[in-house]
Design a protein around this ligand. Structure first.
Ligand code: SF4
Length: 329
């Protein structure tokens, strides 16, 4: 098991397949992009599958989420999914994507064994999308989501971040649209993981703001007596159900005490937390011919040192050097 000193057990593995992205969201990276990881530094497909196999068969991981950057930019993605689907026990597998490229790949991903997708979409307005992402690809994202739904990668979850002066007024419209389309919408508070280090707590739209805005049009009731376990989203039933909306209050109501995550970067580093400032190098172990048990032991040791939480409220909080695009969400 991957257990830490606080008794938390990590069963949910996030695997970043690339740090590259085909959008340039203003809250994530600068217009010119970032210095990408060099190809030789990236894990190969075989190395990724081996690490996932070790996680699933030796370390108790039951959920695997592929992230990026943008994971659909990884040429070997379908093959990786297919090989992971053949593992015993078979992990549940999902993908967090910006949706561009899903139209082309959704059917193959489903056939390979992917269970579902989370697509990021912050706005229904093509002009706002273009300002926010610096790319004119709004329709591609909508098409990608529809393709995922048709392929059975369901429930299709939509992740939205609201930002002041840009899309802060869109919460009710996004929810009405998601219900109509049969998607599960979740709002996520913006976190300080941007490459530009421009995040400001007093500039963010909070879960409280989002709920207030939604309540101007919908009746919301907490689902399951407000229990969320290790799930980051607090879910609300909309207008008596059956539709729901999730709010992930990563900053104002963190869920670190129930965290069940472990993360692997595209260059083979274990991160115990989104905000970890230390990493454990599994790629070096793989490339020096370490056996499965030695790799598993390194991973266990890394997780044992996991901190209590994000540290966002600590006076000395330091944003990690790696931006979100190189960690994976
Ligand atoms: S901030 Fe870190 S400890 Fe808290 S939920 Fe996220 S990954 Fe887990």
């Amino acid at each position: 098991m991957l257990i830490d000193t606080y008794g938390r057990v990590a069963t949910d593995l996030r695997v970043s397949l690339t740090d590259r992205c085909n959008l340039r969201c203003t809250y994530c990276m600068p217009e010119e992009g970032l210095r990408w990881l060099a190809k030789p530094d990236l894990l190969t497909d075989d190395e990724i599958v081996r690490l996932i196999r070790i996680a699933v068969t030796e370390l108790g991981v039951t959920e695997v989420r592929f992230t990026g950057g943008e994971p659909l930019l990884r040429p070997g993605l379908v093959g990786i999914v297919e090989r992971c689907a053949a593992l015993e026990p078979r992990p549940r597998m999902s993908l967090t994507t910006n949706g561009i490229g899903l139209k082309r790949t959704a059917t193959a991903l489903k056939a390979a064994g992917l269970d579902r997708v989370n697509v990021s979409l912050d706005t229904l307005r093509p002009d706002v999308f273009k300002t926010l992402t610096r790319r004119d690809r709004h329709q591609d994202v909508l098409d990608g989501m529809a393709a995922a739904r048709e392929a059975g990668l369901t429930p299709v979850k939509v992740n939205a971040v609201l930002m002041p002066g840009l899309n802060e007024d869109e919460a009710p419209d996004l929810l009405a649209w998601a219900i109509e389309q049969g998607y599960e919408l979740r709002f996520i508070e913006q976190m300080p993981l941007d490459a530009q280090h421009g995040w400001k707590r007093d500039g963010m739209i909070t879960a409280g703001d989002i709920l207030e805005s939604l309540r101007t049009r919908f009746d919301l009731a907490p689902e399951g007596a407000g229990e969320r376990g290790s799930a980051p989203a607090e879910r609300w039933t909309v207008d008596g159900g059956p539709h729901t909306v999730g709010v992930i209050a990563s900053v104002t109501r963190p869920f670190c005490r129930a965290c069940d995550r472990t993360r692997l970067t595209a260059d083979g580093q274990v991160r115990t937390c989104l905000f970890a400032t230390e990493e454990t190098d599994l790629r070096a172990a793989l490339r020096s011919d370490a056996g499965d048990e030695a790799v598993a032991e390194l991973w266990r040791k890394a997780m044992w040192g996991k901190k209590a939480g994000s540290g966002l409220d600590d006076p000395g909080f330091l944003q990690p050097d790696r931006p979100m695009s190189a960690i994976g969400g």
